[in-house]
Design a protein around this ligand. Structure first.
Ligand code: ME8
Length: 688
């Protein structure tokens, strides 16, 4: 029913990502979900807007720029561009991309600040607490891990003491609780809502919202000693990007109702998407800032789970991140395959482990053998039986078998729509693929080849036109996840590319009319990969585990072999070709530091391993698990200066034994010699 859709307005936002590193699969995930939802709403004829952007202020970025010898502005300019360039490669279309260093943003954040001040909610004072620069957030003692480590970044927090403006967050406790009660869908999913409720119920304290110890931020109006706390600045982007109070976009996309409870069908929905790590900022601080500034609230904050690798959060700082652009470039089916896997394999809202092998399995099963095969089979049958034409038919010709099939497909597609509406992409795709599986079953049940053999051309035409009709629907229903493949499929079905138009629902389910139509040229949409191709692709895609001192992947790879051993006295040269050249930047990506071994002990039941505590100039010594036991008595290592690779992803040896770095050494595993320096260099000093 094309008339059914009221021009619902939906404003979707992704987090604006920190530009201290390049996009990774985690940041791509939220962005892809945002894009899929945007495409879904477009197909429904809704007016939709997707905002992405970059978060460019704060201590973390100021420090990062300094380390690279760049001004903060030059650094963020470079890095923001990487994000802007990345998303289209993942078939993400955004309507705007905001940078917090843009004048359009800064001026409006200051205007919001002024309104908060006018409400009497900002007081100057002094603050002292622990701060995680990675999170750009204060931490209570209770939240920290042993050794004063941030639970998320596993890095030491810093003690901060400075003059600050406090925002009266406590004043908004009751209004926030009222909001969660009156608008139960404001925080989603449900499990996260409870988490937010208990945080707010446990009592809110004034929040420090300005900093004086660095200057890379939006200046506080009227007090140039202070810059705004990066989260005050960052959260405001969702609103500043629309252009301020008077702009047309604000009027169309930001609710007018201060309580954020959509009352009319025509009210816009504002949906903030994010990971669970930053829910509190969005569900507590942001609405409180808006309440104070007497501005309307968003409709929903939806926090999804983490993508993990081997059970650990995938993140820039833990250095275990997967590069989505490389995956999109290497995978059969390109970015669409990656998008489909992420949207389908991870239950939106929950954590999900990312696994390359599972991705390829899913490609073969769902895309190749299910949907791709359905399309090829039906087009093949049409080529053979109906002169590559989708035959016209009359409803009356359908028999019970056909009607039962269409009833099931309709139920699945309706369920897909309900799941897209509920922001459950995994379920929406599951339902869509249920329709595809059902169609494959129908091909077998209806057996058009048998009808052709009997010479019943009319029956063959009915079966094939019924299947073509279902394929047409599938080509639209897969589009939010696989936009380019949806159009390839349509072209094979003899249809034009999908277009969206306001108030026109392209996901209407209607199997009735079917005029005869010439079909396109059939080519496999998702050619399946044979086991050898899967193995070869995995070899290319899966990051090789760094060979560590502790457990080389095979004895030939023992660290040091062929590198320094040739120069060791008593050992002849070892045959090992020099690796291919790398650029200076690739070399510089390895953070090598001088460390001093403080403790060393054997690891029970592991002949080769020693567990070391190494001082590399951090607040706490690092634990490093190294394969040195055949070469050194533990006590012989204590006090030694060593060269440590400090930015390797942590390696888990099981039973809680995690190594946070690697030592450099040369030689055979039973006669290793440690790389060291020839003087009293301080721990933490970079090795260049
Ligand atoms: O927090 N799995 O930026 P950020 C799933 N600038 N999603 C992940 C992920 C993972 N392993 N890792 C990151 C910031 N993400 C602030 C936001 S908004 C006003 C300011 C995604 O670069 C997820 O959406 O650290 C998470 O919330 C976000 O990236 C954090 O990005």
């Amino acid at each position: 029913m094309p008339g059914e859709a009221q021009a619902k307005r939906v404003y979707l936002t992704t987090p604006i990502y920190y530009v201290n590193d390049v996009p990774h699969l985690g940041t791509a995930y939220t962005t892809i979900v945002g894009d899929a939802l945007r495409r879904y709403h477009q197909l429904r004829g809704h007016e939709v807007r997707l905002l992405a952007g970059t978060d460019e202020h704060g201590l973390k970025l100021e420090r990062e720029a300094k380390e690279r010898g760049l001004t903060p502005q030059a650094f963020v300019d470079q890095m923001s561009q990487r994000f802007r360039d990345a998303w289209p490669k993942l078939l993400v279309e955004t309507d705007d991309f905001i940078r917090t260093t843009e004048a359009r943003h800064e001026a409006l954040v200051q205007a919001i600040w002024n309104r908060v001040q006018e409400s009497g909610d900002l007081q100057k004072g002094h603050y002292e607490d622990w701060y995680c620069v990675g999170c750009e957030s204060f931490k209570t003692e209770k939240e920290l891990l042993a050794g004063n480590l941030c639970p998320l970044h596993k890095k030491p927090v810093e003690r901060l003491k400075e003059e600050t403006y406090f925002f009266s967050l406590d004043k908004y406790q009751d209004r926030l609780l009222d909001l969660y009660a009156k608008s139960p869908g404001f925080v989603a999913p449900e499990s996260r809502r409870n988490e937010v409720l208990s945080f707010v119920e446990s009592g809110l304290k004034p929040l420090s919202v300005s900093r004086t110890s660095f200057s890379w931020g939006v200046p506080v109006p009227g007090d140039s000693k202070h810059v705004m706390y990066v989260w005050f600045d960052a959260l405001s982007n969702y609103w500043t990007a629309l252009g301020g109070w008077e702009s047309e976009l604000t009027k169309r996309f930001w609710p007018a109702d201060v309580q954020a409870i959509p009352t009319a069908d025509d009210d816009p929905l504002v949906i903030h998407l994010m990971g669970k790590d930053i829910l509190r900022f969005h569900a507590v601080f942001w609405p409180a800032f808006l309440m104070s500034a007497k501005m309307p609230l968003p409709s929903k904050v939806y926090a999804h789970g983490f993508l993990t690798i081997d059970g650990q959060k995938m993140s820039k700082s833990l250095r275990n991140a997967v590069d989505p652009l490389r995956l999109a470039a290497e995978l059969p089916g390109g970015a669409s395959t990656l998008r489909y896997h992420l949207l389908r394999a991870i239950a939106f809202g929950q954590d999900g482990d990312f696994d390359h092998a599972a991705l390829l399995e899913r490609y073969n099963a769902d895309l190749g053998k299910n949907l791709g095969n359905l399309l090829s089979r039906v087009l093949g049958l049409c080529l053979k039986n109906t002169d590559n034409t989708a035959p016209a038919f009359e409803q009356a010709q359908r028999i019970e078998l056909d009607n039962a099939f269409l009833k099931d497909v309709q139920a699945s597609l309706k369920s897909a729509i309900a799941h897209w509406n509920a922001i459950e992409p995994h379920r929406a795709l599951e339902a869509t693929w249920a329709a595809s599986s059902r169609a494959n079953l129908y091909v077998d049940q209806a057996a058009p080849w048998a009808e052709a053999k009997k010479g019943d051309q009319a029956r063959v035409a009915t079966i094939l036109s019924t299947l073509i009709k279902v394929l047409e629907h599938l080509s639209a229903f897969i589009a939010p996840a696989l936009p380019d493949k949806a159009n390839d499929m349509r072209s094979q079905l003899g249809l034009g590319a999908l277009s969206s138009a306001l108030n026109t629902d392209r996901l209407v389910i209607n199997f009735e009319d079917c005029a005869a139509r010439k079909l396109g040229i059939a080519t496999p949409l998702f050619p399946t990969l044979d086991p050898a191709a899967v193995a070869a692709l995995l070899l290319r895609l899966v990051p090789k585990k760094e060979p560590t001192m502790s457990e080389p992947a095979n004895p030939e790879d023992a660290p040091g072999d062929g590198v320094l051993a040739a120069t060791l006295p008593g050992l002849g040269p070892i045959e090992s070709p020099i690796d291919p050249p790398i650029t200076y930047d690739q070399f510089a990506a390895t953070d090598l530091r001088i460390g001093i071994v403080l403790e060393a002990e054997k690891v029970p039941k592991k002949d080769k391993l020693l567990r070391l505590k190494v001082d590399i100039g951090e607040a706490e010594p690092r634990q490093i698990v190294a394969g040195l036991a055949l070469s050194f008595a533990p006590e012989a290592l204590v006090g030694k200066r060593v060269v440590v690779v400090t930015n390797l992803a942590p390696r888990d040896f099981g039973k809680g034994l995690v190594s946070h770095g690697m030592l450099l050494a040369a030689g055979e595993s039973n006669s290793l010699r440690l790389a060291t320096v020839d003087g009293e260099v301080l721990p933490g000093t970079k090795v260049k």
